[in-house]
Design a protein around this ligand. Structure first.
Ligand code: FAD
Ligand code: PYC
Length: 416
């Protein structure tokens, strides 16, 4: 990676960054590619990178209608963890978490991954009973996770209202210590730079407006920048998955909803972990800038509106001030939303489809940031070999027809 002195940083800043080296190339689209990936979020970019690195397929274009990372990848609250319930999920997400642990080195990009742990709070005796069972399931799969007593919770989260008369009394919780948060833009940029260096064309401001098919096979894509021939297309467009699948004549079991997040003004370090309270659908962490990063459940109705609605914000914030009364004095600085793609069992779909040469990565819902490395790696394998990677075989589209759902609604932690 290039290094800059203070002087050269100043020179670049005053010069409008004109001479700043580009991290990835911005080529014009070619007439044909071996693989076209729709969507320049983390999943699309990681898929392109692993196609080039693991399978030697470098004649690849990533087409992004806006700017890379401008979708959910740049809008999320950056939690990575692998504390899911079913073995299929834990295996997949643990693989991804391990990739996060080495991503800085692997891609030579500082993604600022802080493994400060995630704590889930129990607000009833029943929550605690379920958590014990859940922790046992995770531990049996060799993944770190522990039950926390109320005293342990109080020590780890001093600002939490532990009063027995609190509206949400705390009965304990559970923790995965290796979970953490990272810099989401950096993850997108790291994969874009590494893919571009291997020959992948990352093309921004290029919207796919149609798919060309004949005899049940993909033949090409139509874009606002011309048509491109290809035999293989992968859709990694999150909340827009049903629209792109419709272009191939497919109906996906996906609902698109807005998920919001917000940050407060910055304060001194006071909150060491990601803390989620699934019963009231609110979670918090503190960013390295000092802002409290706050999120909750998805907006209740399907929508492509990226702003979100006020009742959801209000519900999350009222839970925050009940749980952490001191935070009622903080000012809210920013709020935003992203359109998440939710499957009926709250698990992803990484899969071939009935259309030859058309592959999908969707259903990431409220939790696909943590899945970017494993999602990209397994989709790349599925495209390169035209058969599912073993890690995502259980997450194939045909599971809905076979009735083999993997219901991880509870593990999402936020209502959706
Ligand atoms: P995206 O990053 O959305 O990328 C898809 C891209 O496709 C977009 O850039 C879009 O512009 C582009 N596109 C769409 N249609 C077209 C088209 N026709 N042509 C070309 N391009 C197109 N996950 C976690 O694991 N942890 C969290 O803490 C977490 N918090 C979240 C908080 C919020 C507020 C939100 C909104 C999401 C959160 N998520 C979290 C979920 C996570 O962000 C997503 O699951 C993940 O980023 C999906 O990545 P992606 O690459 O599939 O989609
Ligand atoms: O998937 O871990 C997650 C998550 C936390 C907040 C939103 N999604």
């Amino acid at each position: 990676m290039a290094r800059y002195s203070g002087f050269s940083l100043l020179k670049h800043a005053l010069g409008g960054h004109q001479g700043w080296p580009k991290a990835w190339r911005s080529p014009e689209p070619k007439a044909a590619y071996d693989v076209v990936i729709i969507g320049g979020g983390g999943h699309g970019l990681a898929t392109a990178y692993y196609l080039a690195k693991e399978h030697g397929i470098t004649n690849v274009a990533v087409l992004e209608k806006g700017w890379i990372g401008g979708g959910n990848t740049g809008r999320n609250t950056a939690v990575s963890r692998s504390n899911y319930f079913y073995p299929e999920s834990t295996r997949f997400y643990e693989h991804s978490l391990k990739r996060y642990e080495t991503m800085g080195r692997d891609l030579n990009f500082n993604i600022m991954f802080s493994q400060n742990g995630i704590i889930s709070l129990a607000t009833s005796r029943h929550d605690m009973e379920i958590y014990r069972r859940w922790v046992t399931s995770i531990q049996l799969q060799g993944v770190d996770c522990e039950v926390l007593s109320p005293d342990a919770i109080a020590a780890k989260i001093p600002l939490l209202n532990m009063s027995a008369s609190a509206r949400y009394p705390i009965y304990g919780g559970f923790m995965q210590s290796r979970a953490g948060i990272s810099r989401h833009d950096a993850v997108a940029w790291a994969y874009a730079r590494a893919a571009s260096a291997l020959g992948v064309d990352v093309i921004q401001n290029c919207e796919v407006t149609g798919l060309e098919l004949s005899d049940g096979r993909i033949r090409g894509v139509q874009t606002n920048n011309g048509n491109i021939r290809t035999d293989k297309v992968a859709s990694a467009v999150a909340g827009h998955s049903t629209l792109v699948a419709n272009m191939a004549g497919l109906k996906l079991p996906i609902v698109s909803q807005c998920l919001q997040a917000m940050v407060t003004e910055p304060v001194k370090p006071c909150f060491d972990h990601v803390v989620i309270c699934p019963a009231v659908h609110c979670y918090l962490s503190q960013s390295d800038r000092g802002e409290l990063v706050i999120g909750g459940g998805a907006d209740t109705h399907p929508s492509y509106g990226q702003r979100g609605t006020l009742p959801s914000t209000e519900a999350v914030l009222s839970a925050v001030v009940e749980l952490y009364p001191a935070f009622s004095r903080l000012k809210l600085m920013r709020q935003w939303g992203g359109i998440v793609d939710i499957a009926p069992d709250s698990s992803p779909i990484v899969s071939k489809t009935p259309v030859t040469g058309f592959y999908i990565s969707t259903g990431w819902g409220t939790g696909g940031y943590k899945a970017i490395p494993a999602g990209g790696e397994t989709l790349a394998y599925t495209i390169a070999n035209d058969r599912p990677h073993p890690l995502v075989e259980p997450f194939s589209l045909d599971r809905f027809a076979r009735g083999r759902l993997i219901d991880e609604g509870a593990a999402a932690g936020v209502a959706h």
